[in-house]
Write a protein that binds this ligand. Sequence first.
Ligand code: PGA
Length: 309
Amino acid sequence: MVESASMHARLMRRATFRQLEIFEAVARLGSFSRAAEALFLTQPTVSMQVRKLTDVIGMPLFEQVGKRVYLTEAGRELYATCRELFRTVDAFEMTLANMRGLRQGALHIAGVTTAEYFLPRILGHFCQRYPGIEVSLEVTNREHALERLRANLDDIYIFGQPPDDVDVEALPFLENPLVVVAAADHELARARRIPVERVAREPFLMREPGSGTRLAAERFFAERRLAPRVRMELGSNEAIKQAVAGGLGVSVLSAHTLRAGEGDLVALDVIGFPLRRHWYLVYPHGKQLSIVARTFVEFALRDVEAARK
Ligand code: PGA
């Protein structure tokens, strides 16, 4: 048994990869002419290569019945061996492609504005680990990020709430509590268990239309049949923070926008807050993610997990 296996190995080494490819095509398609067509070869070339392979093996591989060819027992064994061999080679090629991709690929991310408070840190770690990957981050509001998603412009999107009108995969990866913010010297700053109705009487600073933060705040008030007294609309979290600190009113923002050590703003203790939300890594359902994008998704989930510990 050992001896015949090693003899077989020695025989097979005299066969060429090309011959095995040709044989596999004939076996799979059941015809020399169809194999020739599929491989862009002439039929005599196919026949000749199969004949050479048959000589190497020392046993007939096909039987001809009418126009169709059938595998002999040795042919069936060789066919199974070829399938196995090609599967292994394909897997190796895939591994190579992946290694190349991770060495010099590109990653395009579009994130809603609040993502800029935590995403660069994750991207920093990612770029340290994969220095060859070029990363671009488009920071924009929800509506614009949705437009980019519909146009399939980026690999990955970061949303505070998965879109409901586009079929997507959405992986929650980080908590995103929304809080009511006020100036540190606001009269409610030290109050406990503030009713929402009280907040609704304060001048309110609202994010621009199209903002996910705005949507969440509006929804929260509407569900309680309240409407905030909007004093001003501002187009970014930073602009809102400056206006709140300047005493122009209160607002609802992601707690991520409040950096430790910024003493001029506080999160108020309002009943019903913080609104418990998440950040989601999002991509269109069914989209074949590049190896770089897939690696980033796994990396981001792990990075956030590690930071929590
Ligand atoms: P925004 O996004 O920047 O559009 O407000 C935040 C979110 O979607 O939660």
